[in-house]
Design a protein around this ligand. Structure first.
Ligand code: FPP
Length: 250
């Protein structure tokens, strides 16, 4: 029986973020070149998006390409970009059928032109969809995002559009790439690494963290449900004590 049946629909994380890690190790372990791991990783993306849609998660954010990933061999970078383009193109009917809205965060200007074009097309086509919001982090780095927000806020101050005293957490939030998304409740990282790797540093302030040894290409729907069940077994206190949390749930 699927673990899905055990999930409490009233205790779902609104926003799940995933660091998809282990493609290279998976491929090496099978005697393949690294890029084959990325190819199989696309299947895991599909499984995860489907699982999140089926249980009713509002937002899913996937770390697909970091600001540091450009340092990888050119062939690997090119393969990742072409996988992105081909997958986005291929999945348009699925996005439409399942009412999935696709968006992207990161410094998108630096992406190759064909990737930018395909991305913009999918974003435009799915912009009115209202089920899951699928956000792809591409050329994304959390520190770069915070630097970018700081520059925009500073310009507004210089132009007298904002006062220093008005800067608060909401102002900073609203200048991050993720400004339309709910805060991250749950962060999953595959492959056994226990790092955040410059992903959504501000947004995960109170997120529950989940690390699994499963390598990303092997990650499937049941692994996602298992992670969600683990999330549901936790008590989220947000700085309060247990009794206060229990009382506020009554
Ligand atoms: C990490 O594995 C994975 C990535 C850097 C890229 C993830 C990309 C995909 C799953 C494919 C394309 C994505 C979409 C959204 C269609 P790694 O290479 O760092 O693995 P390693 O740590 O074992 O070397």
């Amino acid at each position: 029986m699927s673990l899905k049946t055990k999930i409490d629909p009233n205790k779902l994380p609104k926003h799940v973020a995933v660091i998809m890690d282990g493609n290279g190790r998976w491929a090496k372990g099978q005697g393949f070149k690294r890029v084959f791991g990325h190819k199989r990783g696309v299947d895991a993306v599909r499984q995860t998006v489907e699982a999140a849609t089926e249980i009713g998660v509002e937002a899913l954010t996937l770390f697909a390409f970091s600001t540091e990933n450009w340092k990888r061999p050119k062939f690997e970078v090119d393969t990742l970009m072409s996988l992105l383009v081909s997958s986005l193109k291929k999945e348009i009917p699925t996005f439409q059928k399942n009412n999935i809205k696709v968006q992207a965060i990161g410094n998108l200007e630096k992406l190759p032109n064909n990737a930018k074009k395909q991305l913009m097309e999918v974003i435009e086509l799915t912009k009115n969809n209202s089920n899951l919001t699928l956000t792809l982090a591409l050329n994304y780095g959390s520190r770069e995002e915070i630097v970018n927000a700081t520059k925009i806020i500073s310009k507004k101050i210089v132009n007298n559009e904002l006062k220093i005293e008005e800067i608060d957490e909401n102002i900073i939030n609203s200048h991050l790439y993720t400004f339309t998304l709910p805060v991250v409740d749950f962060l999953i990282r595959t492959s056994g690494e226990k790092r955040i790797s410059n992903f959504l540093l501000w947004q995960i302030a109170y997120a529950e963290l989940y690390f699994t040894n499963v390598l990303w290409p092997d990650f499937n729907k049941e692994d996602f449900y298992e992670a969600i069940l683990n999330y549901q077994s936790r008590e989220r206190r947000f700085g309060k004590i247990s009794e206060q949390v229990e009382n506020s749930n009554k």
